[in-house]
Design a protein around this ligand. Sequence first.
Ligand SMILES: Nc1ncnc2c1ncn2[C@@H]1O[C@@H]2COP(=O)(O)O[C@H]3[C@@H](O)[C@H](n4cnc5c(N)ncnc54)O[C@@H]3COP(=O)(O)O[C@H]2[C@H]1O
Ligand SMILES: Nc1ncnc2c1ncn2[C@@H]1O[C@@H]2COP(=O)(O)O[C@H]3[C@@H](O)[C@H](n4cnc5c(N)ncnc54)O[C@@H]3COP(=O)(O)O[C@H]2[C@H]1O
Lengths: 141, 141
Amino acid sequence: KPIETVMRESNRDILIPADLVATVNQDNNLQHVFMVLTKVKYAKIPVLDNDNHFKGLVSLPMITELMMQDTGITSRPLEAIKVKQIMQKDVPTIYERDNLEAILRYLVDENFLVFVDSDTHFKGIITRRELFKEINYLAHN
Amino acid sequence: KPIETVMRESNRDILIPADLVATVNQDNNLQHVFMVLTKVKYAKIPVLDNDNHFKGLVSLPMITELMMQDTGITSRPLEAIKVKQIMQKDVPTIYERDNLEAILRYLVDENFLVFVDSDTHFKGIITRRELFKEINYLAHN
Ligand SMILES: Nc1ncnc2c1ncn2[C@@H]1O[C@@H]2COP(=O)(O)O[C@H]3[C@@H](O)[C@H](n4cnc5c(N)ncnc54)O[C@@H]3COP(=O)(O)O[C@H]2[C@H]1O
Ligand SMILES: Nc1ncnc2c1ncn2[C@@H]1O[C@@H]2COP(=O)(O)O[C@H]3[C@@H](O)[C@H](n4cnc5c(N)ncnc54)O[C@@H]3COP(=O)(O)O[C@H]2[C@H]1O
């Protein structure tokens, strides 16, 4: 397993810690989440509860879908709906970051992985970019 | 260079051909592009002209940014603006797909690469997912 052994040798951390990740609270209304996603420009971001537990993921298309009406585009429904009502909930989470082979396999179909502790408190994300940087770095050394 | 030699041995094509890629025409108005991006759910897609030349990339935040006003969210400006006025134009394109090391390096900072011919006609995209599948496949063989 050349890739895994080669990654083991590096001790760079590939986790982006929670305080650097843009998130929203599950009780925020969609007008607020629409503004956050427009400002940060990330395609999808984590949704947390008041105790920093990971609850789901939200993206702009999940919100803009509700704005499409026969008469055109309207933002009226957004103020009354909370993100917890429309967020994606079936999200794989990981508890440890040393099984690089599993991380690589997950990142084939996901843009990033959500890292939590044993109480599902949100700890950060592992992104495809960080894994590519790792593979790139190690391929040259 | 272990990764490159190992990738050379595989002859799977990592290109997603143009006819499978969701695109918009640079003269489409933003109301139309808003609807396409909401339906296909891709974070960013290519913008072409009438002769299938590659012209730029568009994402929902580029559009929703124009909908944010002091009074709230409005879709009124969208019908009168064409996507060519707001699209991202400084996009790296590639002409050949055998230099895997360059592709890997590009995909550290880009979600996908745009593949064109010598006349900048759009031919398809090379995505991070396809490259991960390749690396994953070859790491096990
Ligand atoms: N402000 C910025 N500056 C420089 N490059 C930028 C950037 N925003 C996006 N990119 C580049 O575009 C890729 C795709 O970002 P996207 O927002 O679609 O998808 C992102 C986003 O949904 C999420 N993500 C990454 N960093 C985040 C953060 N700090 N907070 C929240 N979500 C984040 O993870 C996905 C994969 O991110 P990854 O870093 O692998 O890959 C990123 C990165 O290479
Ligand atoms: N309908 C779907 N079915 C299954 N999985 C899906 C999916 N939509 C997205 N994904 C997964 O989410 C990743 C990120 O997609 P995103 O739309 O942010 O970012 C996408 C999108 O901006 C663009 N892209 C990919 N395929 C496209 C297509 N057929 N047409 C237009 N753009 C495409 O390339 C970026 C990277 O795509 P990649 O495949 O590496 O990575 C994809 C893929 O692993």
